[in-house]
Write a protein that binds this ligand. Structure first.
Ligand code: URA
Length: 448
């Protein structure tokens, strides 16, 4: 590319006027920014123009392409089978990756999974994995390939070589308040996923009080953009819209969620967690050509839990990546937090709405997340919910149990948890968990 043909100021103006940039113009912006030839202040202006005016579908595809090729694209073509990953847009208590990855791998579909850390109120798979003593997520691409070849599964963090342009842009978006833009989010997610070496992708796009997209309509638009980009790159991509108006399952916090996922793999997980897990796993197994339909995939997913093969796969991968398998086979040997305290309900009635964002922030306050990038997370911190929407509760009954090593966080976390869970005297509507499926044919109502 001859960069002399482009003028950064003109491109900013073009986007400011809501016009469409060509593939070459976007490639110039991303390449020159990554090579330090465009300063942060100009890129910030471009991002704000894109945030305010939106981007056309072709621009989002071009942006994804440029960010994807700013680093290496892992080649897993030597590994037999259709490689399938799953991505969630993030929520509270979302431990699904920890359960479905071993299930799908045990069913014969290779799962190359590169995950992220917690972001704001929402947890991240890497932090959950690292709560298993010794578990290593920072691995080289060579080791990544070696592990997936051996186990049909690898669980890793993003390396410097994967979509470096996204890493820089994401940090800039974070401090210029330009995160919540559908084309910017979609290209950011897809550039990283496409770099992993996948052939197909399943997306869990969340909406509700604990999701980044509060409204289902916004989540639908994001899902359509993500699926559109995936398909443009020749990867079959299916998204489901799922509700995040209450935490998934009962556990919130890194180790507590790993412990709940062990229960799930042992066949005694909460109903909501298992319902989405089997749907996403079943879809991955279908896309991976190990089932003729999603329904058959779901049956195989359930069977892998029942016959113990998913649990065996989980133990194998924990061992391979340096984790202590002792805490998986006997979770009580984990070093739990020093402070474990009940939160008592202030009134009697039925659990109504939950402000799941506040619940996520309470978990962060207890030590399970980061307020600054540099902070360490406490693997043992978080809380267990004991009630979900629609459950009845008596005054004084334990509605949640907090786990923390930060004595100073206890009072505020209890207050926030109580404030986030409304107790009413009316029966409350339990939110529909999975509402829609989005694929290359369009959007479909989801019926179990
Ligand atoms: N997750 C990402 O990877 N990128 C975004 O822009 C938002 C969430």
């Amino acid at each position: 590319m001859n960069k002399k043909h482009f003028n950064t100021v003109s491109l900013i103006r073009k986007k400011r006027e809501g016009k469409s940039l060509s593939k070459e113009e976007i490639e110039y912006l991303i390449t020159a920014y990554t090579e330090d030839e465009i300063p942060d202040y100009q890129m910030s202006a471009f991002l704000m123009a894109a945030y305010l005016n939106g981007m056309y579908d072709d621009e989002a595809v071009a942006l994804t392409h440029s960010m994807l090729h700013s680093g290496i694209v892992v080649d897993l073509s030597h590994i037999p089978g259709v490689k399938v990953d799953k991505h969630s847009t993030g929520g509270v208590g979302d431990k699904l990756s920890l359960i479905l990855a071993p299930i799908v791998a045990a069913c014969g579909v290779p799962v190359p999974m590169i995950s992220g850390r917690g972001l704001g109120h929402s947890g991240g798979t890497l932090d959950k994995l690292e709560s298993i003593p010794g578990f290593k997520v920072d691995i080289t691409i060579e080791r990544y390939k070696e592990i997936i070849e051996k186990h049909n599964l690898v669980l890793a963090g993003q390396t410097e070589e994967i979509a470096p342009a996204d890493k820089r842009l994401y940090a800039l978006r974070d401090v210029t308040n330009t995160i919540e833009s559908i084309p910017l989010i979609a290209s950011s997610i897809m550039s990283k996923k496409l770099a992993e070496g996948i052939d197909a992708l399943v997306l869990d796009v969340k909406f509700g009080s604990g999701a980044f997209m509060k409204e289902q309509e916004e989540a639908r638009k994001l899902a359509e953009t993500l699926v559109g980009i995936g398909e443009k790159f020749g990867k079959e991509t299916i998204a489901y819209l799922t509700n995040m108006d209450q935490p998934l399952g009962y556990a919130v916090g890194n180790w507590l969620e790993v412990k709940e996922s062990i229960d799930c793999l042992n066949g005694c997980g909460p109903g909501d967690v298992m319902e989405i897990t089997h749907l996403l796993a079943g879809t991955m197994i279908h896309l991976g050509k190990e089932a003729g339909s999603v329904e058959e995939g779901i049956r195989k997913s359930k069977e892998a839990v029942k016959n113990g093969s998913a649990m065996r796969k989980w133990i194998d991968i924990v061992e391979e990546q340096g984790g202590d398998t002792g805490v998986i086979t006997d979770p009580e040997t984990f070093k739990y937090a020093d402070i474990i305290e009940p939160v008592a309900a202030a009134g009697s009635g039925i659990v109504g709405e939950m402000d799941t964002y506040i619940l996520g922030m309470a978990s962060l306050e207890l030590g399970a997340g980061r307020k600054t990038k540099e902070e360490d997370v406490d693997p043992a911190a978080g809380f267990m919910l004991h009630k979900k929407i629609g459950d009845s509760v008596q005054k004084g009954e334990t509605i949640a149990t907090i786990h923390t090593n930060k004595i100073e966080s206890v009072k505020k976390a209890k207050k926030d948890i109580l404030g986030a869970i409304s107790i009413t005297n009316r029966s409350s509507e339990i939110p529909k968990l999975i509402t829609k499926r989005v694929d290359k044919h369009g959007i479909h109502e989801y019926r179990a």
